[in-house]
Design a protein around this ligand. Structure first.
Ligand code: AMP
Length: 724
């Protein structure tokens, strides 16, 4: 959760803009844009024609019809090649050694990935037959399977591995909770409105689009104007409400669609509000994050954990944000799955018992100092970063390391992953340190996981608002003698004065802590009365002298109470999955056009294995069905294909949804197993194949290892390459 970042958008792209948006680079980007669009169209034509050829062949269309379609396909491919050859090579493409890369090349690639994802229903627009709603998406069968695998691995990697306490709280949250957390007041983005039509736009987007468009359309713009626009683009995330409004006015920016005037920017709260219950009296919201459900359960979780710190709690669930202008597909949506951890520590000791297990990891960090001096991310040993205090403490460092292991095990390319530290003005005032796991995809570097040391802010906020002491206790080095004040209510007087509310008042008085009781006593002595505010009822009562006395107790204490700090890793599951799709996507050539492959690791692959008989034959069919059933019994999702289609065609279909292994039943005592990525094949005895696939799917054995155990099968590989 980054509340302040919402009202003052984080300058996270600032450094990239400064590095990339020289006037020359912008002009080049402009020239490249049109070509990019044409290339996308050209590629789409080839893909569509390839689909047509496949469809014609599948329904055994007349030979002349197929030949004509193939000729056209060849022509289109030739044109595409010519086009690509004429296009200048992209400037800085990915630089594996530094972890940085150009963001210019994305569109064509993205189009190809999105086509493949939509074609096989990884995801689709929600409510499409009614026109859809921006920012809402459905996962289809393979998308659901990938998501379930990612979440199951998340549970294994974090909850099981670290004994986290998992909770599952409602999405519907009463206002009091989100008022205490600051969301009601501050969870906002700046918006402008078309004054005539009422259409809404994100203020920073309107300004950014205007400036980018102007720069792209007018390469001969006077240098001073170009300079001003470039500077505006670079400072976009740093503008205050007033500055943003002033720039929009200065440039005469109008509503993008109607060209009507725009209002001044104003904050728009991103929470979906809804009354709870039929009376409409209890205001609620759909939660914008899952964290609050953990904070409000802190006392019970601490008790469940035997009163001991440190401990972590976790929650996976839906979060809702009424984004003003959702764009970038799955990356900015209005409902998404979050997986969050709140790890509670003693602020005086933020060491982590298992830090040593991640200390030797080396990966890209982008610390504040490097960003400020416009340097690149640095590859650092995690232990060193924590020892040097680049990362504030061991617990935060531990979760950064575990997050790195989690994301790379899923299939995120380690050279396109970096942990970027928040700049001072991006962090909320109470936070001790914040890092984002950013993954590079065709949209640029995207924040997918936020990792923050939020100090004691959340528990203190809920303690104050709810009047429940969300605290833990620690042993004192030596016992101390303390004086404690407790309020002793005069039940009779309170009953007479507050009637229906007497229970509420009595309880609140009994729950006053030492400082609150002292303060009330002082006030009663000086003014004869004192206010008693009860947050969860949102009521204030006036307590008069005589309604309460105070008991002073002198006790010896060997423990002291304190509010724990919280380290919060917050995983945007949809963003991780989208980046994973891009990082795993590949194409290989085939006669009918490009063949798509998702190179998912077995861990996340939606289907682990396909089974098919080499030829249609009742015996081989029977064996294939028996293997498929045994795989299912072992919990391994698989697909069986007894259609008798060519082997190459069958492989192509399964590659497209990223199935890592294929079993071809070609004899009665043995099978051929094929690895999607290398296309290598091995011979495996019938009775061993289920265990083998189970081990490889669970990551217990790698393809390389098993290649050393089973003999290679060479002949069938050629058919896979050529059969299409
Ligand atoms: P935040 O609480 O804003 O730090 O967000 C936590 C995580 O949720 C981010 O790191 C993102 O991965 C994810 N996230 C935030 N907003 C959205 C959104 N509108 N759509 C999809 N994912 C989001």
């Amino acid at each position: 959760m980054i509340l302040l970042a919402r009202i003052r958008p984080p300058p996270r792209l600032l450094q990239q803009h400064r590095r990339n948006l020289s006037a020359k680079a912008l002009a080049n980007a402009n020239l490249g844009f049109k070509r990019d669009v044409d290339l996308v169209e050209q590629q789409a034509l080839v893909n569509r024609q390839g689909d047509l050829v496949r469809a014609l062949k599948a329904r055994k269309a007349p030979k002349e019809e197929i030949d004509a379609a193939v000729t056209l396909l060849k022509d289109l491919k030739f044109k595409l090649q010519e086009f690509e050859a004429a296009s200048p090579k992209e400037e800085a493409s990915q630089d594996e050694s530094s972890g940085t890369s150009s963001q210019a090349s994305g569109k064509r690639f993205r189009e190809a990935v999105t086509n493949a994802l939509e074609r096989r229903m990884f995801f689709t627009n929600s409510f499409g037959i009614y026109g859809g709603v921006a920012g809402l998406f459905d996962y289809g069968p393979p998308g659901c399977a990938v998501k379930a695998n990612v979440l199951s691995f998340w549970r294994q990697h974090f909850v099981v591995n670290d004994d986290l306490l998992e909770v599952d709280c409602p999405c519907l949250t009463p206002e009091a909770v989100l008022r205490a957390s600051g969301h009601v007041e501050k969870f906002t983005d700046l918006m402008v409105r078309d004054v005539k039509e009422g259409h809404c736009f994100r203020a920073d987007h309107v300004l950014k689009d205007f400036v980018k468009d102007a720069l792209e359309k007018d390469p001969r713009m006077p240098a001073a104007k170009r300079d001003d626009y470039t500077r505006t683009l670079a400072s976009l995330d740093d503008f205050s409400v007033e500055e943003l409004g002033a720039k929009i006015k200065e440039y005469g920016i109008r509503a993008p669609d109607t060209k009507n005037d725009l209002s001044d920017p104003f904050p728009f709260n991103l929470m979906f509000g809804t009354p709870i219950g039929p009376t409409g009296l209890l205001q609620g919201y759909l939660r914008p994050e899952t964290a609050q459900g953990i904070f409000v359960n802190f006392n019970e979780l601490l008790y469940y954990n035997g009163g001991k710190l440190p401990f972590g709690a976790a929650q996976i669930g839906q979060a809702f944000r009424n984004e003003i202008a959702p764009r970038q597909g799955l990356l900015r949506v209005r409902e998404f799955t979050l997986a969050e951890i709140e790890f509670f520590v003693d602020p005086a000791d933020k060491s982590h018992p298992k830090f040593a297990s991640v200390a030797d990891l080396e990966f890209f960090l982008y610390p504040r100092a490097e960003q400020m001096s416009l340097k690149d991310p640095v590859k650092v040993r995690l232990g060193h970063a924590v020892a040097q205090k680049v990362i504030n403490n061991e617990t935060l460092g531990y979760y950064i390391g575990r997050t790195y292991l989690f994301l790379t095990a899923l299939g995120i390319n380690k050279n396109r992953l970096r942990f970027r530290q928040h700049l001072a003005n991006e962090m909320a005032h109470y936070a001790a340190d914040c890092w984002d796991a950013e993954i590079e995809c065709s949209y640029g570097w995207i924040e997918c996981v936020g990792l923050a040391d939020r100090s004691a802010y959340d528990l203190k906020a809920h303690s104050t608002a709810s009047k429940s002491n969300l605290v833990a206790s620690r042993d004192l080095p030596e016992p101390v003698v303390v004086e404690e004040f407790a309020a002793v209510p005069n039940r009779k007087e309170i009953g007479v004065a507050f009637k229906a509310n007497q229970k509420l008042v009595l309880e609140a008085l009994q729950e006053l802590n030492n400082e609150e009781a002292l303060e009330m006593q002082k006030k009663l002595e000086s003014d004869g009365e004192a206010p008693l505010h009860i947050c969860n009822a949102d009521k204030t009562f006036t307590i008069k002298k005589g309604m309460v006395t105070f008991n002073k107790q002198v006790t010896k204490k060997s423990k002291e109470k304190f509010t724990p700090s919280v380290i919060e890793p917050s995983f945007g599951i949809g963003r991780i999955i989208y980046c994973l799709f891009e990082h795993c996507f590949d194409t290989r050539g085939g006669v009918d056009g490009q063949l798509n492959v998702f190179r998912f690791p077995p861990l996340v692959a939606p289907v682990k294995c396909t089974v098919f008989p080499l030829v249609q034959n009742p015996k081989l069919d029977g064996i294939a069905r028996a293997i498929s059933a045994k795989l299912r019994e072992a919990g391994i999702g698989n697909k069986i294909d007894t259609t008798g289609r060519s082997i190459g065609r069958r492989y192509a279909r399964t590659d497209e949804i990223g199935v890592p292994f294929a079993i071809t039943v070609d004899s009665e005592d043995g099978v051929t197993v094929r690895d999607r990525d290398s296309k290598d094949q091995i011979r495996v005895p019938l009775e061993e194949v289920v265990d083998l696939i189970a081990d490889m799917s669970a990551g217990k054995r790698s393809w390389k290892e098993v290649q050393g155990v089973y003999p290679a099968h060479v002949a069938a590989k050629a058919s896979d390459e050529t059969d299409e």
